[in-house]
Design a protein around this ligand. Structure first.
Ligand SMILES: [Zn+2]
Length: 152
């Protein structure tokens, strides 16, 4: 995006990933551009680079068993809490959604049923019997007599 600039917060969020080379190439350029112009972010990047270099120099250490157990316990606890939260959320959504859905269905039923009935009635074919008329050809003179006879 031409003219697009990252804000400091956006750069800080990605800085660690940027230094590890895990940022998509289009973003890498934007971050580099920002770091050339922003002293604060550049200082932060420098610090991060120093820290990760130091960490790499230390190498791996094995944590004591108790630390590992504590971490694993915390992770399990957190996961259980998240599952409980999700279950509560689903229950709440259902409590709200179920009556709403029932109402919508009832409303549709009430409004659409008469319409269906009417269209069904309108679509019905009426028998033609009533509309049939008998036509008979009679001579003019006979017709005149018939009309006079009726009139008087
Ligand atoms: Zn900045």
């Amino acid at each position: 995006m031409p003219g697009y600039r990252l804000k400091c917060e956006e750069v800080r969020e990605e800085l660690s990933a940027y230094l590890d080379g895990e940022v998509p190439i289009w973003k890498r350029g934007l971050i580099r551009w920002h770091l050339m112009r922003c002293r604060d972010c550049a200082a932060e990047a420098f610090e991060l680079r120093m820290v990760s270099r130091a960490l790499r120099a230390w190498g791996d250490v094995t944590a004591p068993r108790s630390v590992v157990e504590n971490v694993m316990r915390a992770v399990r606890l957190r996961r259980r809490k998240m599952e409980e939260e999700r279950a509560r959320l689903i229950a709440r959504i259902l409590r709200i959604a179920a009556p709403v859905a029932a109402g919508v269905i009832a409303l549709l039923w009430i409004t659409l049923l008469p319409a269906f009935y009417l269209s069904y009635e309108r679509g019905k074919v009426r028998p033609l019997r009533d509309e049939l008329v008998t036509v008979r050809v009679i001579p003019q003179s006979e017709l005149e007599q018939l009309v006079e006879g009726r009139m008087f």
